[in-house]
Design a protein around this ligand. Structure first.
Ligand code: AMP
Ligand code: MG
Length: 342
């Protein structure tokens, strides 16, 4: 039987909304906020700046689109000539100079791989392609031999980074997929761009990954909705209030395929080589940066609910989980998350 792909599947997964979305407030006061929006990374983005009344919106929009295009030319696996894909094609055992942006992302990815004991691992690219969730291949269930072969080329320990002079060396023929951190990192980049322009009250969102700074046009914290995992996107499971943090959600209820009545998630356990299988349907992390929150949300989806709860308490990480149980959806959160609940 040919696998059927869910209607929301693949990189268009979050085309309309992310798993997190901005909650509109009816009684906004004060001057109209500046709004910028568009498409990037196979999804939409939205920027709201509360303190930019006299800004030239068209000029800012143009500059922002250029910034995001430039970022994609570094980190996208869907652009064959991106810096990342050039590194993917580059030979093993030699040092390859990389840009500061790629260095920063790889450094952060390595740090998160160590922290999560390999649950987060950007070298999963061969597995992602094998299951048909990457730029290559169609969704299908690969044979164990294929998985074993791909697993030979997976493992963050096969990548070395030179800190003094940004360069990388692959000690095996590994390939990288930055999808689990790129949207978050992109959000942080846009936030930095706005800060450099002197803005201090804004919200940036790319495909549901968010950074909020200062206050909303209402003068208080920004409000975000964690989406209720359901067939129809857009209903709120829980509202949160945030300021000066990054937030990201991972979930497998929008991006999966089905074969022989079984559901296969786009998030892969880098140890087994197989899509994750457990009751966790949505993981939201709040952290200092959106990149960190993005990567952690993916890692927690691999770890599963029990391990995540222990890990989050031990490391004081703010995380909100939605699990599927016999009685329907059940939510829980770590102690650090309580501060953000509305
Ligand atoms: P996210 O939506 O941020 O959870 O990222 C999921 C995407 O990251 C997948 O579509 C894959 O391209 C990639 N990916 C899957 N599993 C992992 C993993 N264990 N570590 C890092 N990236 C992953
Ligand atoms: Mg992620």
């Amino acid at each position: 039987m040919h696998p059927t792909r869910h209607i929301f599947a693949r990189r268009f997964a979050t085309a309309a909304l992310g798993l997190l979305f901005v909650l509109l407030t009816a009684c906004d006061r004060g001057p109209e906020p500046l709004k910028l929006s568009g498409f990037t990374m196979g999804t939409t983005y939205h920027v709201t700046v509360a303190d930019a009344e006299s800004a030239d919106a068209d000029a800012l929009q143009k500059e922002l689109d250029e910034l995001l295009i430039a970022f994609n030319e570094v980190a996208s696996t869907y652009i064959s000539d991106s810096e990342l894909n050039r590194l993917n094609r580059a030979s093993a055992d030699e040092w390859h100079p990389i840009s500061d942006t790629l260095f920063d992302m790889l450094f952060m990815s390595m740090e998160l791989s160590w922290l999560t004991s390999g649950a987060f691992d950007v070298t999963v690219a061969p597995l992602v392609n094998l299951w048909g969730f990457g730029p290559e291949g169609e969704p299908r269930v690969p044979a164990q031999e294929e998985l074993d072969e791909a697993l030979q080329r997976v493992g963050f320990q096969h990548m070395e980074i030179d800190f003094a002079d940004p360069k990388v060396r692959k000690t095996r023929d590994i390939t990288l997929d930055l999808s689990a951190i790129a949207k978050g990192y992109g959000v942080d980049l846009v936030a930095l761009w706005l800060e450099r322009k002197g803005y201090g009250n804004f919200m940036v969102e790319i495909g549901g990954e968010v950074v909020a700074r200062g206050s909303s046009p209402r003068g208080d914290a920004w409000r975000i909705g964690i989406e209720q995992p359901a067939e129809l996107p857009g209903s709120v499971n829980r509202a949160i209030r945030i300021s000066d943090v990054g937030v990201a959600t991972s979930g497998d209820y929008r991006n999966y395929f089905e074969a022989q009545g079984k559901r296969y998630s786009h998030i892969i356990n880098p140890v087994t080589g197989r899509p994750v299988e457990h009751s966790l349907v949505s993981v939201t992390v709040i952290s200092e940066t959106a990149a960190y929150a993005d990567a952690l949300a993916t890692a927690f989806t691999v770890m599963g609910p029990e391990k995540t709860r222990r890990f989050a308490e031990q490391h004081e990480i703010a995380v909100y989980l939605i699990e599927k149980t016999a009685d329907g959806l059940e939510s829980s959160h770590s102690s650090a998350f309580a501060n953000y609940l509305e």
